[in-house]
Design a protein around this ligand. Structure first.
Ligand SMILES: NC(=O)c1ccc[n+]([C@@H]2O[C@H](COP(=O)([O-])OP(=O)(O)OC[C@H]3O[C@@H](n4cnc5c(N)ncnc54)[C@H](OP(=O)(O)O)[C@@H]3O)[C@@H](O)[C@H]2O)c1
Length: 265
């Protein structure tokens, strides 16, 4: 069935591929952008800056005026950061949370009145496998993803009565623009410098060799078509999925030992 879908952040990476795949499936796709960019034929764009709640509401209103409804929200847009917890300045934490958490919550709040009125809807939050395992020097970034995990659990319970479903997707490493755009904070003569560089090189190598984002886009397309989607989908390599499984079943001490070995610590 043809659905009206709002995807945040379609200028690159997952957003770009999701918008292309979903419009090809015959859905009405609106994608958010911050500046003019090329998008797949048929995809409609709206301006949205996640750090600005006014622009979020304006974008949602524009779609509701045009289409009368939004069936699916895919919360995707976001920034990436890398820093030792101690070195990261307060502004970095605030910016990360403003964009990757408050921006997402404001977008959800903007679409919910319409979804409640139509008594149907689907909210897909693109989280991360890192939000299930924890990653060194990614604490600023993953703290926003952990917050998204927390709100998603509550949201799925609160929205059940309105027939609105919440799905969390946890991708592993995919080759997108995240390596180029990651904001880094490392103090001069930082006590963490050697370890940070070593671990970040491993993280960036994995991202550089990551899967094609179109695979995630196709998975999302199948989720959108499902009558009763699961709450959580892990999309990544077998080793990344295994890490989530081990985290669940292993004593914390053993898991911490294994993950620190993996990241050269
Ligand atoms: N790639 C991975 O391996 C991976 C793994 C797990 C989770 N994820 C998650 O997947 C999502 C998409 O990331 P990606 O890897 O596809 O990264 P990406 O290629 O860098 O795309 C990020 C998108 O978000 C937009 N964006 C950034 N800041 C924004 C803001 N303040 N307001 C509005 N839009 C903003 C960007 O638009 P501009 O062009 O205007 O900057 C871009 O369209 C993110 O939530 C990320 O955390 C990615």
């Amino acid at each position: 069935m043809k659905k009206v879908i709002l995807i945040t952040g379609i200028s690159s990476g997952f957003g770009k591929e999701m918008s292309r795949v979903l419009v090809q499936k015959g859905h009405v796709v609106y994608g958010t952008i911050r500046k003019h960019c090329e998008v797949a034929p048929g995809v409609k764009t709206v301006f949205m800056e996640l750090a600005d709640s006014y622009s979020i509401q304006k974008a949602v209103n524009q779609i509701l005026e045009n289409e009368g409804r939004i069936d699916v929200l895919i919360n995707n847009a976001g920034m990436h950061s890398g820093a030792p917890i101690e070195d990261a300045p307060e502004e970095m934490y605030r910016k990360q949370m403003d964009i990757n958490f408050h921006g997402w919550v404001n977008t959800i709040k903007a679409v919910l009145p319409g979804m409640r009125a139509q008594r149907s809807g689907l909210v897909i939050n693109i989280s991360s496998i890192g939000a299930l395992t924890g990653l060194p020097f990614q604490g600023v970034y993953t703290s926003a993803k952990f917050a998204v995990e927390g709100i998603s659990y509550a949201l799925r319970l609160e929205l059940k009565q309105f027939n609105i479903k919440v799905v969390v997707v946890n991708p592993g490493d995919f080759k997108t623009r995240n390596v180029e755009t990651r904001e880094i904070a490392l103090k001069k003569n930082s006590a963490y410098e050697k370890q940070f560089n070593k671990s970040l090189a491993i993280i960036e190598k994995e991202e550089g060799e990551g899967k094609d984002p179109v695979l995630l886009a196709r998975k999302i397309s199948r989720i959108v078509d499902k009558k009763n989607p699961k709450y959580r989908y892990l999309v990544g390599s077998s080793i990344q999925k295994m890490a989530v499984f081990f985290k669940r079943i292993m004593p914390e001490r053993i898991f911490t030992f294994l993950i620190s070995k993996y990241y050269g610590m």
